[in-house]
Ligand binder design. Structure first.
Ligand code: 13P
Length: 322
């Protein structure tokens, strides 16, 4: 197995996604803070210096700003970088296509010099009665396949992240159908592009009912639906699948991961996590202070404790041992 892939998929550990640029502003606001670049650096330094973080985290995904600020300095953890530049409207519809390919080659060279060993590119797939359209899926996933090929040509590991959104009132069955269709298309395009599937990590959503459907799916049901979709679409050559949390609560994401790993049977790939929100919601809340005043920084020991508590649970869930 490729060395970076091996390090990322080591047992009991997973990937800490810390790359959001829009979402993090909302999370700051939710705990009574106004996002500033200075406060962002303080927050990131706080999470990255959590004692024994490397016992639970194999890799961290940074964003373009943070990697250049060199906020991350932990030799025991592999450094990765989000390389897409967000979304833009597709054909004047509500579908949004990923941007950032034009400047990608040059940026990859810079990120490599800064120490990145792996990269992430996210596509967003919205579910409704009419979405996703076939033309959209084809376009956005073709870009993703080209990204993966380019990253491999620079000797880094691409994470491909086609995220089928939790937003909407769709059923679990509809989510399963779209997830399976998306992944089948993605792997068809990756092969067409000549991407080496043994040097790719898939980051994907769990199969869930839409957030506005008012349906609560139990972990066993989520695990069954998710594994059926993955078994139908992800080639066995792919070494690992890591889940995003997608707006689930920290406990739901953790418990669902645990059940997926527990029931994966002889599915060929390793399964782990690459959560952002589900890992960070509690540590952020403690850091900013539970109540007012929100003097970020005074609460670092409590914040580290909250983070370690969640990391311990997710690490067990990643082994199906929760
Ligand atoms: P969430 O776990 O918050 O969904 O974030 C994962 C991620 O990297 C989204 O791109």
């Amino acid at each position: 197995m490729n060395e970076t892939v091996y390090k990322l998929l080591v047992p009991y550990k997973g990937i800490l996604a810390a790359d959001s640029t829009g979402g993090i502003k909302k999370r700051f606001e939710a705990v009574g803070l106004t996002f500033t670049p200075e406060l962002d650096v303080k927050y990131k330094e706080m999470i990255f210096t959590t004692p024994s973080l490397e016992q639970f985290i194999s890799g961290v995904i940074l964003n373009d700003t943070n990697i250049r600020q060199r906020v991350f300095n932990n030799n025991g953890i592999v450094m990765g970088i989000k390389v897409d530049e967000g979304l833009e409207p597709f054909n004047n519809t509500e579908e949004q296509i990923t941007k950032g390919f034009d400047s990608l080659s040059k940026r990859l060279d810079e990120y490599k010099l800064l120490g990145a060993e792996f990269t992430k590119w996210r596509a967003v797939i919205k579910i409704s009665d009419i979405f996703p359209t076939d033309i959209f899926l084809d376009e956005t996933l073709s870009k993703m396949a080209k990204y993966a090929k380019l990253v491999q040509s620079k000797d880094m590991i691409p994470i491909v992240e086609p995220e089928v959104l939790l937003d909407g009132n769709h059923t679990t069955t509809r989510c399963a159908e779209i997830t399976e269709k998306t992944l089948k298309k993605l792997f068809e395009l990756l092969l067409l592009e000549g991407v080496d599937l043994t040097k790719v990590i898939l980051k994907t959503n769990m199969v869930l009912p839409g957030k506005d459907s008012n349906v609560i799916a139990m972990p066993l049901e989520v695990a069954g639906a998710t594994l059926r979709a993955l078994n139908a679409s992800v080639p066995k050559e792919v070494p690992g699948i890591v889940f995003l949390s997608g707006g689930q609560s920290a406990d739901d994401a953790t418990n669902n991961l645990n059940e997926i790993v527990k029931t994966k049977g002889d599915s060929p790939w390793d399964i782990s996590f690459s959560f952002e929100r589900a890992l960070q919601v509690e540590v952020m809340k403690e850091w900013a202070g539970k109540d007012l005043p929100a003097q970020a920084g005074e609460n670092i020991p409590r914040a580290h404790e909250a983070f370690l508590e969640r990391l311990t649970k997710v690490s067990k869930a990643r082994m199906g041992e929760l």
